[in-house]
Design a protein around this ligand. Structure first.
Ligand SMILES: CC(C)[C@H](C(=O)O)[C@@H](O)C(=O)O
Ligand code: SF4
Length: 483
């Protein structure tokens, strides 16, 4: 019987399996950030253990880093806890070492899920872990990547392995052509709208079909990023030419000269590519569940509630709980509408916003920034009067640099957006960027839970193009009319 992509990577890394299915999985890449690593490092120290394979670690600071005031250096980190987490990471890496470390303000610093792929730290066929749920992002490269908890971070550091049970295989197939202006973000929100936030629980999801193949690597990362919001710990996309082209010449990829940073190829590269080309599900592989979506039917998506599955097309109206027969769901809708301050039946495009956040590990890569800038340019308008703050937060220092090289920051600044330093920022408000109670935000991030962007804040998840259009119109608009 044929194997799925997930089966193949699993088989390649499993060290031992107990009768009950509990397995020991070898881990190739360990991504580390400042929030979930301090206890792990401390635990190792207390037990007198060393990091098993220092060269598997790639670390950066992202959640707590400020997006302004970098001229002040570390003194610009106002919150003492944030500062402590960032300096603790510095000290821990100074002590243990790492294959690469991009500390606060380093030119390659950024959100760990942007930084990994960018530096070639994420490669096809790898097992990748990070103490962060959105590690699923890296599955876009045909890598088995998932988030782990702090105690598992310590376990991986100590043993280079993870205890895991194999998940079931789910195939989500998106076939056909997207309407103009509809993006990877809309695909993944539509998938979550269809299968729900528990739809992928217990599965590893492989995203496939012509619409997924048609996406850039950035788009595939956006889709895999939100696999966790669909309940799956890992998402995957098969390796193809786009994957290999993206990886080629990245600093930590095979075939790149470590001294000059130039691609030189060679046997290591050839062997890697030959292996990577096997990283797809066999034609006769059997999936435990298959879901299909027609790309042509996907409308730009906007979440209206407090869970990513509470999502509709921009042409829809806020749902009416009275029309929901299931009592549990009815009360969930009622509670969400109360929190969100929305009336049933209100057209989604009439919802006005107070703030706009373009950023996060879902949508802060160069393509996302280009998409948003293109909309701002095309609409030729300034940030609407009712929008108090519209901010663009690049995912990494390299994304920022590239965007500036292309003059995109000028487009934003001229329209009244703030152009910030890289980091997680208002995705989860661990730094100074946050919503005030009652404020409503169009956000390109991945979670719209109560209080996610600040206590009492109201989040609507959208694509970068939709967020940019909402910023200049002051309310949601259907991007297809401008695309
Ligand atoms: C802080 C971290 C543990 C958390 C996660 O695991 O995802 C964060 O990145 C998030 O997005 O909520
Ligand atoms: S950008 Fe948001 S979702 Fe991504 S790692 Fe940071 S806090 Fe988590």
């Amino acid at each position: 019987m044929g194997r799925t992509l997930y089966d193949k990577i699993w088989d390649e890394h499993v060290v031992h399996t107990e009768e009950d299915g509990t397995s020991i999985l070898y881990i190739d890449r360990h991504l580390v950030h400042e929030v979930t690593s301090p206890q792990a490092f401390e635990g190792l120290r207390q037990a007198g253990r060393k990091v098993w394979r220092v060269s598997s670690i790639v670390a950066t600071a992202d959640h707590n880093t400020p997006t302004t005031g970098w001229e002040l250096g570390y003194d610009g980190i106002a919150d003492p806890i944030s500062k402590e987490q960032i300096t603790t990471l510095d000290a821990n890496i100074a002590q243990t070492g790492a294959a690469a470390f991009f500390p606060f303000m380093h030119k390659r610093q950024g959100i760990v899920h942007v930084v990994g792929p960018e530096n070639g730290a994420t490669l096809p066929g790898m097992t990748v872990v990070c103490g962060d749920s959105h590690t699923s992002t890296h599955g876009a490269f045909g890598a088995l990547a998932h988030g782990i908890g702090t105690s598992e971070v310590e376990h991986v550091m100590a043993t280079q392995t993870l205890l895991a049970k194999k998940a079931k295989n789910m195939l989500v197939k998106v076939e056909g052509t997207l309407a103009r202006g509809v993006t990877a973000k809309d695909i993944v929100l539509a998938i979550i709208g269809k299968i729900g936030t528990a739809g992928g629980t217990g599965y590893t999801i492989e995203f496939a079909g012509s619409a997924i193949r048609g996406l850039s690597m950035e788009g595939r990362m956006t889709v895999c990023n939100m696999a966790i919001e669909a309940g799956a710990r890992a998402g995957l996309v098969a390796v193809d030419d786009k994957t290999i082209d993206y990886v080629k010449g990245r600093p930590m990829a095979p075939g790149t000269d470590r001294q000059t940073g130039q691609f030189v190829g060679g046997v290591e590269w050839e062997q890697a590519v030959a292996y990577w080309r096997t990283l797809h599900s066999d034609a006769d592989a059997v999936f435990d569940a298959v879901v299909t979506l027609d790309a042509a039917q996907i409308v730009p998506q906007v979440t209206w509630g407090t869970s990513p599955e509470m999502v509709l097309g921009v042409d829809a109206r806020v749902p009416d709980p009275d029309k929901e027969k299931d009592a549990t769901r009815r009360s969930a809708i009622e509670r969400a509408l109360t929190y969100m301050g929305l009336q049933p039946g209100k057209p989604i495009h009439d919802i006005t916003v107070d703030k706009v956040f373009i950023g996060s590990c879902t949508n802060s890569r160069i393509e996302d920034i280009r998409e948003a800038a293109a909309v701002v340019k095309r609409l030729g308008r300034k940030v609407a009067g009712n929008v108090k703050l519209a901010m663009v937060v690049p995912g990494s220092g390299l994304v920022k640099e590239q965007a500036e090289r292309e003059g995109l920051h000028e487009v934003f600044k001229a329209a009244g957006f703030e152009w910030r330093e890289p980091g997680c920022s208002m995705c989860l408000a661990m730094n100074a960027d946050r919503l005030e109670p009652g404020e409503r935000c169009a956000s390109t991030s991945n979670r719209n839970f109560e209080g996610r962007q600040g206590a009492g804040g109201r989040t609507h998840l959208v694509s970068p193009a939709m967020a940019a259009a909402a910023a200049v119109h002051g309310h949601f608009v259907d991007i297809r009319q401008f695309a």
